[in-house]
Design a protein around this ligand. Structure first.
Ligand code: FDA
Length: 300
């Protein structure tokens, strides 16, 4: 019920525009690492100092105008430059709709190509985040087209889809982030029950760890993480074949613990003014995150 309310709110474009105008509010500052490049570089440096690498998301989605998509691309290019100049351990995550996937496929491809090309000059990886099912095949098409020219690009596969294993098999030679899935999808194509999603998630992780190029296991679920730790040990899978990922501001002690145990750990660091949809999805996933909101409201 709460999940549905927050998912609905996450797609409300009026609230999204209002949020952009008024800066980080409602507790979003706990899970969004600032609104500009100097602030995000500072956060990355702090995480790097604790042995954690970062994937940086210049927040933005629901872009329907070419000039907005071009501006988003320019901002991402600036982030790449800042990562390089500051010599921090970080790469980029981007959303295809932010750089024009809802406007025109070729326009979007050209934008992402420019980003991947710039990053390749600095041996930097670009992750194309996976949005809802409506954009899934087009996102895979972007990856297919870009990988004809570049090898510093990968994407995300969501375990809630019935045929997720098919996608994982198709993209086994890529650096792939495996997640449970954050969008509301119909029961015709996606598991709805948490138990089914978790079981499929474990199946995908094991398959990709055994057969894939590099696996990013992106979850806050300690049960899954403990399962993976056992699985890699049992199967003698070396640490350079995988990493754990979590979102900025969530389970900070567990993030530090995994990094201090010698696992590769990468924090997903979102920043920027367009934080509203991202923040609402986090509330939808885990209504307990409302605690974050409550704390901010009462700690004034
Ligand atoms: P889940 O919400 O299933 O929780 C499982 C259990 O873990 C809980 O019952 C609790 O015990 C524990 N737990 C979870 N969160 C906790 C917290 N904050 N504090 C304490 N305990 C907690 N999705 C997508 O569709 N496309 C994408 O591109 C991405 N990208 C992405 C990157 C990264 C780095 C992450 C971590 C996640 C994504 N996601 C995503 C989101 C993903 O699909 C999923 O919606 C969320 O990670 C929530 O699922 P979890 O597996 O984290 O735990």
């Amino acid at each position: 019920m709460l999940k549905d309310i927050f998912m609905g709110l996450s797609q409300n474009q009026l609230l999204n525009s209002a949020a952009k105008k008024y800066g980080l509010k409602m507790g979003a500052q706990s899970v969004v690492a600032g609104t500009n490049i100097p602030e995000v570089i500072k956060s990355i440096k702090e995480l790097n100092a604790q042995g954690i690498s970062c994937t940086v998301d210049n927040l933005g989605e629901f872009v329907f105008k070419e000039e907005e998509a071009t501006a988003a691309k320019e901002q991402i290019l600036q982030v790449i430059e800042a990562i390089h100049e500051n010599q921090v351990d970080a790469h980029i995550s981007l959303k295809p709709t932010q750089v024009g996937l809802d406007i025109d496929y070729t326009f979007c491809l050209n934008n992402v190509r420019e980003i991947v090309d710039k990053a390749s000059q600095y041996q930097m990886f670009i992750n194309i985040d996976m949005e809802d099912f409506k954009h899934l095949e087009l996102t895979f098409n972007l990856l297919d087209d870009l990988s004809l020219e570049y090898d510093n690009v990968g994407t995300v596969i969501q375990a809630y889809f019935h045929n997720a294993l098919e996608y994982v098999e198709r993209y086994k030679n890529y650096r792939i982030r495996l997640v449970k899935g954050a969008y509301k999808e119909s029961d015709e194509i996606a598991y709805q029950d948490k138990k089914d999603i978790d079981a499929n998630y474990i199946k995908l992780i094991e398959w990709h760890l055994l057969n894939g190029k590099f696996t990013s296991i992106a979850t806050h679920d300690h049960r899954i993480i403990n399962h993976v730790k056992e699985f890699v040990k049992r199967n003698d899978i070396s640490k350079d074949k995988y990493e754990f990922q979590m979102l900025y501001g969530f389970r900070k002690e567990l993030q530090l613990k995994l990094a201090s145990e010698g696992y590769n750990f990468c924090t997903y660091v979102p920043f920027g003014n367009d934080w509203y949809g991202y923040f609402m999805r986090r509330l939808a996933e885990r209504p307990q995150n409302l605690n974050l909101v409550a704390k901010q409201v009462f700690n004034k």
